[in-house]
Design a protein around this ligand. Structure first.
Ligand SMILES: [Zn+2]
Length: 350
């Protein structure tokens, strides 16, 4: 399950174009971005952990038997993050992996409540990610922003803790407020008071919805949580009225094709609703979710999308522009990144 189930059948030329294409990523989890290289370093720091310390063995460790096993592995990696410096190192090294893929801007979904459970103080969590953010921008040319998300399965105490951390600490890089975890049994509306306060404080609303439940959860996220983008939203394809609403209002979807197959949200890449969504006029962005854990990266996801949509280099550049214009990067930053995309395409065509 850790490998992309169907390799993208597109030319090597397009792969080279995508590799050098300046990109933004809007749906990618902080701990879920820990590559075997990073996990090996964390495991070496904490030798009492069951996680292997050898990157080669870690590739096997990241081969999931099923979704329950994926959760088990994910939790074991979360448990490796025990100190402020672990958080700093993870964040900076994730940015290094992004720089290697020509990712210039990323909104990283951080779940600070899970670090609080390890007894890392709120101030220390924020100091670690902010220090890594400033260094990554200066040294690697990767601009990071944060989405603080509620681990929904931990209920109201986790929502309270996440909101308190966001409002009390107000990290400079924080732009949005999210909600993850299982959808079934955790209606989005349950967290309306938390989102109301986060929105009042100037944060954007970007909950997960419609990944593991039907289109009603997307409606719920749009109504109760005033979602400005939807995490996944794959099941929106089952509801023509919802697709029309998304197209009309311009609320973008953060699609993660390989993740959706790995978790069973869609049966196969060939059955992914991306083409139907584009056909309906919905704004789509391409993302990875938890890239090393799903055996993918953003370049691979762009190639998957290119194959599903039959895109050439110009079409792929349009997808990259979608992510920039759907981001919460300031207008000047967006203009710079859009110009870089234009220049890359122009050089390619020439
Ligand atoms: Zn996600």
């Amino acid at each position: 399950m850790s490998q992309a189930p169907e390799a993208p059948a597109v030319g090597g030329d397009l792969a080279r174009f995508v590799a050098g294409l300046p990109k933004a990523e809007l749906h990618v989890h902080h701990v879920g971005s820990a590559s075997p290289r990073i996990v090996a370093e964390l495991a070496a720091r904490h030798p009492d952990s069951p996680v292997p310390k050898d990157p080669e063995l870690l590739v096997d460790y990241f081969t999931f038997r099923d979704f329950a096993h994926f959760i088990q592995v994910y939790v074991s990696v979360v448990k490796l993050i025990q100190t402020q410096d672990d958080i700093r190192m993870l964040t900076y090294e994730v940015a290094r992996d992004m720089a290697r893929q020509s990712i210039r801007y990323a909104e990283l979904t951080v779940t600070p409540y899970s670090f609080g459970l390890r007894d890392i103080p709120d101030e220390a969590i924020v100091e670690a990610i902010e220090d890594a953010r400033v260094s990554a921008e200066r040294e690697l040319g990767v601009v990071l922003r944060w989405c603080f998300d509620i681990p929904g399965e931990l209920g109201i105490p986790a929502a309270d803790g996440t909101l308190r951390l966001a409002l009390d600490q107000q990290p400079a890089g924080l732009v949005s407020f999210g909600l993850g975890g299982p959808e079934r049994g955790w209606p989005r509306a349950l967290f309306k008071p938390h989102f109301d306060q986060a929105i009042a404080a100037g944060l954007h609303s970007v909950p997960h919805a419609g990944e593991t439940t039907g289109p009603e959860t997307v409606w719920d996220a749009l109504g109760s949580l005033r979602a400005e983008r939807i995490g996944h939203g794959t099941s929106a394809a089952q509801d023509p009225e919802l697709l029309a609403h998304l197209a009309r209002t311009g609320v973008p979807l953060e699609l993660c094709p390989t993740s959706n197959v790995a978790t069973g949200a869609v049966p196969s890449l060939a059955a992914h609703p991306l083409p139907a969504m584009v056909e309906a006029g919905v704004r789509v962005t391409i993302n990875t979710d938890d890239p090393p854990m799903f055996g993918t990266d953003l370049n691979s996801e762009y190639l998957v999308a290119a194959r599903l949509l039959g895109l050439d280099a110009a079409g792929v550049a349009d997808l990259a522009r979608n992510a920039v214009t759907a981001s919460f990067l300031d207008p000047a930053g967006q203009a710079t990144l859009l110009a870089e995309i234009d220049a890359h395409l122009a050089a390619w065509v020439a």
